[in-house]
Design a protein around this ligand. Structure first.
Ligand code: SF4
Length: 270
């Protein structure tokens, strides 16, 4: 819980501190990292969850350390009924308040009036705009008062997440600290924890879903497919990300710089 010692510490960590801590915690358990973060940031720490199994494992672990941990979520307005059912179950089971953040009405209304209710199937820019309005902006609002947040990212999820570290500075979310305590966990390990601790989970997992987002943009996956292959499945060669964990602009700049570098090299060789 928040105490005078916590208050006296600087709220934000710089890059070298984060690099050092990432190394220290790489071989430590998720609970050790959560305990450190709860002690370090108190009420200025939040778990953000979309109630997938990874987030549920973290919620369960953190609740056991501090039942007063702040839990935030984004209701995009397009979630599956099963996700809403799970939110209710979580409230009952853990006796916690879940802070639910919604898209800004005016922005959403204008977007839908201009583009229709399901524009995400038509183009990636429209899909990204929908994700920005319905997910990314509400999460930024949810974390506005936080110095650190906990996410369920794992390296196994997809190619875009292979380099995830347990602590990182979140460039897509105002430079606050992001913690990924399950970064090195496998899918099996997550489910072992769920079963051993009777953690509630989304009923869609029993119907072939391996990653769960908004209803119109998520389908079950086939055996052997990437766990996030069911997200925005109609898009080819775009990151399976909504923008919460992925900075599209930065990635485009890096790709552009790499292409220019390759061109330069090719020019020197010719
Ligand atoms: Fe919109 Fe689909 Fe993104 Fe949900 S996942 S915010 S419905 S584009």
């Amino acid at each position: 819980m928040l105490d005078l010692v916590t208050l006296a510490r600087p709220a934000r960590l710089d890059k070298s501190e984060v690099d050092e801590l990432a190394e220290v915690f790489e071989d430590r358990s998720p609970q050790e990292l959560l305990r450190w973060a709860i002690d370090r940031f108190g009420l200025r720490l939040a778990i953000s969850t979309s109630f997938q199994t990874d987030g549920m494992v973290l919620l369960d672990m953190a609740w056991r350390i501090d039942p007063g941990i702040r839990v935030v979520t984004v209701d995009s307005g397009r979630l599956h009924q099963e996700t809403y059912d799970l939110m209710e179950e979580v409230r009952d089971r853990y006796g916690i308040q879940i802070e639910v953040f919604y898209p800004e009405t005016a922005a959403l209304q204008e977007f839908v009036q201009t583009n229709g209710i399901n524009p995400f199937y038509r183009s990636t820019p429209l899909r990204r705009s929908c994700c920005d309005i319905r997910k990314v902006e509400p999460l930024k609002r949810a974390l506005a008062e936080s110095d650190a947040w906990i996410s369920g990212q794992r390296r196994e999820h997809s190619a875009t997440r292979q380099g995830v570290r347990k602590l990182e500075i979140d460039r897509t979310c105002d430079g606050r600290l992001k913690l990924n305590p399950l970064a090195d966990w496998s899918e099996d390990r997550v489910w072992d924890y769920v079963r051993a601790n009777d953690v509630p989970y989304n009923a869609l997992y029993d119907r072939g879903y391996t990653s769960i987002g908004c209803a119109p943009c998520t389908r079950p996956t086939e055996p052997g497919e990437d766990p996030r292959a069911g997200r925005w499945w109609w898009e080819q060669d775009t990151p399976k990300e909504c923008g919460i964990h992925w900075n599209f602009e930065q990635a485009a700049l890096v790709a552009q710089a790499a292409a220019q570098f390759d061109q330069l090299l090719a020019g020197e060789r010719s």
